[in-house]
Design a protein around this ligand. Structure first.
Ligand code: ADP
Ligand code: ASP
Ligand code: MG
Length: 408
């Protein structure tokens, strides 16, 4: 019998009424003759509230305690969902990640799934039950509960779908598909009716919150058809398949952006170019996430990072000034980045080589920098970010109809 995995995000499960509402879709799928596994996130903002409770008590909460705490959000929803399904006459069983056989590496707060033992899920499916699994969590071989990183219920769903060889993994959320930019922020964002795994992976890695990058990675590796769609209406959503791209144009497929960034610029003490690899290595050791870097025309070196990592970065460079040959150093904060995301590195290169900035942006202070090969990133003053992103989106992201024509 074919298996379908359905994942419902926290935004679709904010109240008990919303939980009751989605049971209809689950039962509908079961009545089509499929075996159904449902993965649920915590209700609404429950995870944020749990994080806040911990911070009310401790400024630096212990990572193991945190995971035990925040994994409870999904357990609440899985049991409520199972109760709601039973109330509607369906046979269901709720499970924690551990009960569902999800084993993770030991990395509190951001664990990867290492293996899944499907024995118990299969036993329940064979008995005709709808299996409701708490997303976002697993258990290490030594019995520790680990969570999968914020937004990680998507990963649970895609990994289960891959392991179960499901015919489809539906990601139900509060928007009706993947758009060329966050539709809640960007006017004119267009829904993409279909796309390939690589495109969605690139968007997710650059922060399009609609799906977690690890979920796309699992689906891609095991060729699980994914559908991102609304839990509130029956619109078709976005289908993600494997397609060999035959594109030869250089339009971006989407735009993402992030605020709260800082820039540090370093000049060498002796006129010799600074060794960028040594500088990046230093920051890697400090576990600072580098958002981008650039060797400037004058030989100085720039790194982009999150505001919260600025102090640590400056003190690390200060400590190693002499060893690395750093002379002058300056920094600025209050910056944002806009990322034009391409289907692959080749399309991004084509775009970069033909790039001409939209005329509306010629007076704007834009600073291109390297983030990932398949992305064109610019840094901009946070105050101008909204306008800049809108102009970049409208002029550089192609129409969804063009995209569909290329992919199909
Ligand atoms: P869930 O609770 O279902 O996991 P999330 O809030 O994690 O939902 O993700 C859905 C949100 O992702 C949408 O409400 C939307 O604001 C945001 N989003 C960001 N980028 C995109 C995009 N390119 N396409 C669609 N939604 C996006
Ligand atoms: N509840 C978790 C979070 O808020 C996981 C998820 O929503 O996917 O990050
Ligand atoms: Mg999410």
């Amino acid at each position: 019998m074919a298996i379908v995995v359905q994942k419902y995000g926290g935004s679709s499960l904010g109240t008990t009424e919303k939980i009751q509402n989605v049971t209809e879709r689950i039962i509908e799928e079961k009545e089509k003759g499929q075996q159904v596994v449902v993965v649920v996130s915590a209700m609404g903002d429950a995870t944020n509230h749990l994080v806040q409770s911990a911070r009310d008590i401790s400024l630096h909460p212990d990572a193991r305690d945190m995971d035990l705490l925040i994994s409870t959000g999904e357990q609440v929803t899985s049991s409520l969902m199972s109760l709601a399904l039973k109330e509607r006459g369906a046979d269901a069983i709720s499970m924690t990640g551990w009960q569902a056989g999800i084993q993770t590496e030991e990395s509190f707060g951001n664990a990867a799934i290492s293996s899944i033992d499907l024995t118990r899920i299969h036993q329940h499916l064979q008995k005709g039950k709808i299996v409701v699994v708490a997303g976002f969590q697993g258990c290490t071989s030594s019995g520790e509960i680990c969570t999968l990183g914020r937004g990680g219920s998507d990963t649970t769903a895609a990994a289960l779908a891959a392991e179960l060889k499901a015919i489809r993994c539906d990601i139900f959320t509060d928007v009706d598909g993947v758009y060329t930019a966050d539709p809640r922020v960007m006017k004119n964002a267009r829904k993409l009716p279909s796309m390939n795994y690589e495109g969605l992976l690139n968007l997710a890695k650059m922060g399009a919150k609609v799906i977690h990058p690890r979920a796309v990675q699992h689906a891609k590796e095991h060729q699980v058809p994914l559908v991102v769609r609304s839990s509130f209406n029956k619109e078709e959503g976005t289908s993600i398949h494997h397609h060999h791209s035959v594109r030869d144009d250089s339009s971006a497929i989407g735009l993402t952006f992030e605020e709260g960034l800082s820039r540090v610029r370093l000049y060498s003490s002796d006129g010799e170019p600074l060794k960028s690899s040594a500088l990046l290595q230093l920051l890697k050791k400090e576990e600072v996430t580098i958002k981008g870097n650039q060797v400037e025309a004058d030989g100085s070196f720039t790194v982009i990072l999150r505001n919260e990592d600025l102090y640590q970065t400056l003190s690390c460079f200060n400590r190693n000034k002499e060893k690395i040959g750093i002379g002058r150093m300056n920094h600025s904060t209050g910056l944002a980045a806009a990322h034009l995301v391409f289907i692959d590195e080749q399309s991004a290169d084509q775009f970069k080589s033909r790039l001409s900035m939209p005329t509306e942006l010629t007076n704007t202070d834009l600073w291109p920098f390297s983030s990932r090969p398949e992305v064109y990133s610019v840094l901009v003053d946070e105050k101008q970010a909204g306008r800049t992103c809108q102009i970049l989106h409208d002029s550089c992201v192609e129409s969804c109809l063009d995209l569909q024509a290329h992919i199909n």
